[in-house]
Design a binder for this molecule. Structure first.
Ligand code: SF4
Length: 343
């Protein structure tokens, strides 16, 4: 009888569809070295009044039968928007919540743009979750990227968000300036250890990992052209993401996103870009998990039984991991069970 085991990724509770409303660079203290929000989101900066009106119209235009959405204000520093804009955006969410069109509200912001008083007031106005653009907890990486805060500030902000009764999302930028080469890979592993080491009352609900790319139109593009910045390679990045995933999964934290969403017009000059980078990392994370399970089995196994729904993913892009499974003495076999098996 094969030894059965579930996929190690935590089962995510059913959530409503996220409806993003982009506020590119709104509220940001400047433009970060690597950031080109207009290209990343495919949205040019527009007047906030127009964003507000458009969001209202677009949500009301959705068929009611599709159910309420989670409204997400992304692309800028929401908590640093000049008053009364945070209030106006949250009041819109409250109005749409009353109409049954919105059931949850989140925003993204920077770790140095939150205070307990501000978070309490936003929570009272209906905000449910904050995604913090932490990028890293490494003082060296934060300084090299000129983020303007240190690791202690980032960690305190995570705790502050949860202490305010809000859900927390953590966004990291592995391979950012100051996180290059083998030392950078270690710094990213420490970032993941910091996230997974947060006490349950401060733990995030989700993590997003955006490996650093060199985008046209950024200051980083100039540094890269001058030879002053070297992005991570794709293999190093996939391996680092896989190890990160394995740790996050073990801590019960899902990774909501791996890599930037592909946008028409997003000019990537260099860096670990691949449309299937998330799938590649997930497949490798599963391989690492299987390797760990094999070592604990009382007798060697020769077959990895793969549930049908996972067949497309387990061996990786172009069956790239087949040889690695073979190196563990395993061949992959399809089966109709819900769980994986080793036998
Ligand atoms: S990285 Fe975040 S804080 Fe920096 S400019 Fe872009 S959106 Fe603003």
């Amino acid at each position: 009888m094969p030894v059965r085991f579930p996929h190690p990724e935590p089962v995510r509770p059913a959530r409503p569809k996220v409806f993003p409303v982009f506020l590119p660079l709104a509220g940001c203290p400047g433009r970060c070295l690597y950031c080109n929000q207009p290209a990343q989101t495919g949205q040019a900066p527009v007047a906030l009044a127009d964003v507000l009106a458009r969001a209202r119209a677009d949500i009301l235009a959705r068929p009611e039968a599709d159910g309420p959405v989670e409204l997400a204000y992304y692309g800028g520093t929401f908590t640093a928007l000049p008053s009364p804009w945070p209030e106006r955006f949250l009041d819109l969410a409250a109005e749409l919540r009353t109409l049954g069109r919105v059931c949850r509200v989140r925003c993204s912001t920077r770790p140095d743009a939150v205070t307990p008083a501000l978070l309490a007031s936003l929570r009272a106005r209906g905000l449910d979750l904050i995604e913090l653009g932490v990028q890293s907890f490494s003082d060296a990486a934060l300084a090299a990227s000129r983020r303007g805060y240190d690791g202690a500030t980032a960690l305190a902000a995570c705790r502050m968000v949860r202490a305010a009764g809000l859900g927390l999302g953590v966004q990291l930028l592995p391979g950012m300036p100051g996180m290059e080469g083998p030392q950078g890979l270690k710094a990213f592993a420490r970032d993941i250890a910091t996230v997974t080491g947060l006490a349950p009352e401060s733990a995030p609900e989700l993590v997003r990992l955006y490996p650093c790319l060199v985008l046209e139109g950024t200051e980083l593009a100039g540094l890269w052209r001058a030879g002053s910045f070297t992005p991570w390679t794709l293999p190093d990045t996939v391996d680092a993401l896989a190890r990160a995933l394995r740790s996050l999964w073990a801590a019960g934290i899902p990774a909501a996103r791996l890599g930037l969403a592909e946008q028409a017009g997003l000019a990537v000059l260099a860096g670990p870009r691949h449309p299937a980078i998330g799938q590649m990392a997930r497949a490798r994370a599963l391989l690492l998990h299987v390797r760990g399970l094999l070592a604990a089995l009382p007798a060697p196994a020769s077959t990895l039984y793969v549930p049908k729904r996972w067949q497309g993913e387990v061996l990786g892009q172009g069956n790239a991991l087949r040889a690695e499974y073979a190196g563990l003495g395993l061949r992959a076999a399809a089966w109709g069970e819900a769980e994986f098996g080793l036998g």
